[in-house]
Design a protein around this ligand. Structure first.
Ligand SMILES: NC(=O)c1ccc[n+]([C@@H]2O[C@H](COP(=O)([O-])OP(=O)(O)OC[C@H]3O[C@@H](n4cnc5c(N)ncnc54)[C@H](O)[C@@H]3O)[C@@H](O)[C@H]2O)c1
Length: 503
């Protein structure tokens, strides 16, 4: 037993060391803020009104097109670029990437849709220097969101930033502050908010129709056993790639394609694991529906247990959050419990797919995905199962009344793609009207913070309590004892030369 505990300790330490977040001391070089100063930058309650710094912004007429640049021309960047072009409201004037092949691919996409060849820019800072660029799409890997986003808003551009907006909570706070300081419109890529059946379910739940909610669940399942990404050896850096720049704030490691395009997300050096990659979409809907801005605590277990590759993020994970009762939320006085379950080592529990969200209320449950929802009402009196169960107080069998099949279940296979498009349209409309978009960086900061806290709890190996005003972790519910080890993980170490910009 003791040995087992020792093993757990050792593997936890190894896991922590590999996390890329763990730092002996948190040096947030360049930005001049220690974790302590972050506290003073303002917590959840801080909502900026007008910008505090006026920045020159090109006036775009109502019938005029926006000039846009894409930073990060990989899978998602090119998909979003297609959406922006399809609105017919944008000219793509610049593409930025550190890999020439990616620039070639994105250029071909632009030309195929009738656009002129955009300027190729390898250093994102030069994008920000161009005064004619109105909007920037940031679709780099997670470790490269903060710096381009912050420089973009400081140079008078509005930003569509992919999720998770930040690689750690400290960065997220600085990004949010920068957006407010310069009055930028920032939409984050959590597009699920645009899905009509998700919006309907949200209204249904918020109106109290599902009864008092005690528990919510999010989950992502898959099976990548036995060896996931494989274990190909390190290689020379491919021609046309600026790998030093690609690595950016992360440690410069030997080039390996597992740590490069697309699969970077399974290393804490660059990504946030499944909880930040996928669950942020689901966590966002849970918190948006419940009106929750911050958990009281999170307790997370799991690790890289089974898949035989060298990922540093977990392949098995379970996070349990306690949320207080937000104002107007359909919960009891005790708040609600949110559980995220992730495994990449055992597949789908049912045909419905490998991910989803469930809300459980006293009247029944709602299961939601991007393409469907299933409402499953409870019976009024399960004890009198049998003929009597058909008689409820309202003469109705089910707690949700007599719902039609269409009200109970909905399938909308095209909802996800349509929502991507609507999300971009919503962003452009908000840029024109200087309004807050549906997935603003403020609202995203709430859900992404919850996701990062799950990783922090996993890495320190214990339950952590969260003070959203101080933006600090504590070891006790009364928030008297700061959790120093957890607080070190609120930020990362930045490689020399790649510190966050001071804006
Ligand atoms: N909203 C969604 O549903 C969704 C789906 C997938 C991915 N994403 C997000 O989109 C982002 C990109 O993911 P992806 O799957 O497209 O990754 P990817 O690896 O396919 O693409 C990232 C691109 O960024 C480039 N890049 C890296 N560093 C750069 C730098 N300093 N300057 C310019 N370019 C740089 C890379 O060379 C690569 O071409 C991630 O944050 C991811 O979480 C969102």
């Amino acid at each position: 037993m003791e040995n087992q505990q020792m093993d757990n300790q050792v593997s936890r330490r190894k896991f922590l060391k590999n996390s890329g977040l763990a730092a002996g001391t948190v040096a947030v070089a360049g930005c001049g803020n220690s974790a302590r100063t972050v506290t003073m930058l303002g917590g959840v309650g801080a909502v900026a009104a007008a910008p505090t710094v006026k920045v020159a912004r090109r006036q775009v007429g109502p019938n005029e097109k926006f000039n846009i640049a894409l930073v990060g021309c990989g899978g998602m960047g090119r998909y979003k670029l297609g959406n922006f072009m399809d609105t017919k409201q944008c000219n793509v004037v610049a593409l930025c990437d550190v890999d020439e092949k990616q620039l070639e691919g994105a250029t071909a996409d632009v030309e195929k849709k009738g656009g002129a060849k955009p300027e190729w820019i390898k250093d994102y800072r030069k994008v920000m220097d161009r005064k004619d660029i109105d909007l920037v799409i940031v679709a780099t890997p997670d470790h490269w969101h903060a710096a381009p986003m912050m420089l973009a808003v400081a140079s008078g551009k509005d930003v569509y930033c992919e999720k998770p907006c930040c690689h750690n909570i400290h960065e997220g706070r600085l990004m949010l502050n920068a957006a407010k300081k310069y009055g930028a419109v920032v939409q984050v890529g959590t597009h699920q908010r645009q899905i009509p059946h998700i919006q309907e379910a949200r209204e249904f739940i918020r109106a109290g129709k599902l009864g008092t909610i005690s528990q919510t669940f999010t989950y992502t399942y898959g099976n990548e056993t036995p060896n996931g990404m494989g274990n190909a050896p390190d290689e020379p850096v491919p021609a046309g790639v600026d790998y030093d720049m690609w690595s950016g704030p992360a440690p410069l490691r030997p080039f390996n394609k597992r740590r490069f395009h697309n699969t970077w997300r399974w290393y804490f050096d660059y990504g946030c694991g499944m909880v930040g990659d996928w669950n942020v979409h689901l966590q966002d809907i849970i918190m948006w529906t419940m009106g929750a801005v911050a958990p009281l605590s999170v307790s997370c277990v799991g690790g890289h247990w089974i898949i035989e590759d060298d990922r540093t993020t977990p392949d098995v994970m379970q996070a349990v959050y306690e949320f207080p009762t937000p104002e107007g939320a359909p919960t009891g006085k005790q708040g609600f419990v949110q559980t995220y379950t992730m495994r990449k080592v055992s597949g789908k529990p049912w045909d419905a797919g490998g991910y989803g969200m469930d809300f459980h209320g006293t009247n029944g449950m709602i299961h939601l995905t991007r393409t469907d929802y299933i409402t499953d009402p409870d019976k009024w009196d399960w004890k009198r199962w049998g003929p009597n169960a058909l008689i409820g107080p309202n003469g109705s069998e089910w707690r949700l009344g007599n719902m039609t099949k269409e009200q109970k279940n909905r399938v909308d296979p095209g909802a996800d793609g349509a929502a991507h498009m609507k999300h971009v349209e919503n962003f452009l409309a908000c840029v024109r009207d200087r309004k807050e978009p549906l997935a603003s960086i403020q609202s995203h900061f709430y859900s992404v913070t919850a996701c990062h806290l799950a990783n922090i709890s996993l890495l320190v190996g214990r339950k952590i309590y969260w003070d959203p005003n101080k933006e600090q972790c504590f070891t006790d519910r009364e928030l008297r004892h700061p959790d120093r080890e957890a607080n070190k993980l609120l930020a990362r170490e930045y490689r020399k030369g790649y510190e966050l910009p001071q804006v």
